[in-house]
Design a protein around this ligand. Structure first.
Ligand SMILES: CC(C)(COP(=O)(O)OP(=O)(O)OC[C@H]1O[C@@H](n2cnc3c(N)ncnc32)[C@H](O)[C@@H]1OP(=O)(O)O)[C@@H](O)C(=O)NCCC(=O)NCCS
Length: 401
């Protein structure tokens, strides 16, 4: 039986090469160097066969993730792979259990991930907590109503300057958005702005444009282009403004890049205002997909770690497929927007799984889960839950991790 264990520094390259098989890439020397630099070996776990070869990989790293009105210590789940020779032998199940136990021991209130396939993680207690949109727009329709005059307000900068300027804009723009996770300086450098060749897929290097207003940097766009059959495709990676005016100006800039036939943007929030700004919003193709999956580990810390728009109380009966000590009844009482939680024997208002708790925790779901039968209780209790858990800013996570 395969052994689950840590990944020493000198096995990190093996780890990356093993990951390349299920994830379908062959790492270049540059990729190896980047991975060795980027990844702390203590966040990696592997399964080893009898000859000590890595046959499954798992990454578990700590970060702070924003929840409505606050943030929570979270375990990020990533680089999950099992070799084709060892799939469906329970390796993911063992690695995941190890990850969840470790996250609990580290005091992380929840764990979070992006799923390559939606069928994988529900069984471990994860629920969909945010969705995002891919936007596509042919340039003949890339026209804003009342286009702003942006002459002289945009400048292209290099990575070095971006590392100085982007973090403050990002933090200001996303201060109240559940799902956003804190990027430290290393993350900005090694992840967000890394621009690895193997992630380019025929696109140019990432261009970074800064928008300035009254002498202040108020937004940025990360974008790149590639030749397409109907002119160039411009892919906007991040378009971030500190307010709507700044974001509109950045779109105006991107829509004006010459020789472009189509503009696309990945990972936009479901409340992205772009279609409200377009002359012809119907021309904007939108594809919605699940984004963040959340698995609460400490129900009390999760519910007390966020804020609420409406005061009230709810008794929740939570099921958990793994942890018996997490399952059970909790009374949530919200007063002045602050929640307090205690264990209770009272009759439950609502029954829900721990994954559904992950979905309502981030504020993007409520009554819809009642309609779907995932939040079970009287119509009045579901309505109350919708009011209590709902949050005006929909959850959104800025990038795949
Ligand atoms: C997804 C993956 C990690 C699963 O690993 P695994 O070791 O085969 O999973 P397990 O054997 O622990 O499976 C546990 C259960 O989940 C089910 N399951 C796991 N992955 C599944 C998938 N992709 N589709 C459907 N069912 C899946 C198994 O059938 C099993 O069900 P059972 O308990 O009813 O028998 C592996 O298939 C893989 O590496 N895929 C390619 C890379 C990838 O997509 N990684 C995930 C990145 S987010």
């Amino acid at each position: 039986m395969a052994r689950i264990g840590p990944v020493p520094e000198d096995r990190k390259e093996d780890f990356l090469r093993a990951m390349g098989v299920p994830f379908s890439f062959t790492p270049s020397e540059k990729d190896v160097a980047g991975f060795l630099d980027e990844w702390d070996h203590e966040w990696l776990t592997a399964a080893y066969d009898d000859e000590d070869r890595i046959v499954a990989t798992f990454g578990s790293f700590p970060f702070d993730m924003q929840v409505p009105g606050g943030s929570l210590p979270t375990g990020g789940t990533t680089v999950v792979t099992v070799m084709p020779t060892h799939r469906r032998q329970g390796l993911l199940t063992r690695l995941m259990r190890d990850h969840l136990d470790t996250a609990r021991a580290r005091g992380q209130a929840m764990t979070a991930l992006w799923a390559s396939e939606t069928v994988i993680y529900g069984r471990f207690g994860y629920g969909i907590a945010s969705e995002d949109r891919k936007l596509e727009l042919p340039t003949q329709h890339a026209k804003l109503l009342d286009p702003p005059d942006i002459t002289g307000t945009m400048r292209l900068i290099d990575k070095e300057e971006a590392l100085e300027v982007l973090p403050a804009i990002f933090e200001r723009a996303h201060a109240d958005r559940p799902g956003i996770f804190a990027r430290d300086a290393k993350w900005w450098e090694k992840r967000t702005l890394a621009d690895h060749e193997r992630h380019r897929n025929g696109f140019t290097a990432m261009r970074i444009t800064i928008h300035t207003r009254d002498g202040e940097d108020v937004g940025y766009a990360m974008w790149r282009t590639k030749e397409g059959k109907d002119g160039m495709l411009l892919q906007a990676r991040e378009v971030v403004g500190v307010d709507a005016e700044a974001e509109r100006a950045l779109w105006q800039f991107l829509f004006g890049v010459d020789l472009v036939g189509k503009v696309e943007a990945r990972h936009r929030s479901t409340d992205d205002p772009l279609h409200w700004w377009l002359e012809n919003p119907r021309a904007l193709e939108q594809t919605i997909s699940d984004a963040l999956w959340v698995r609460p580990l400490d129900v009390r810390a999760c519910l007390e770690g966020r804020r609420y728009r409406t005061d009230g109380a709810l008794v929740l009966d939570v099921t958990d497929p793994i942890y018996e000590d997490v399952a059970g009844r909790y009374r949530l009482t919200v007063s002045d927007g602050i929640g307090s939680v205690e264990r209770t024997d009272e009759q439950a208002d609502l029954e829900l799984s721990i994954g559904v708790l992950g979905s309502v925790l981030m504020g993007g779901h409520g009554a819809d889960l009642g309609r779907a039968g995932r939040l079970r209780g009287s119509a009045e209790a579901i309505d109350r839950a919708d009011l209590i858990f709902g949050w005006p800013v929909v959850p959104f996570v800025q990038e795949i991790f």
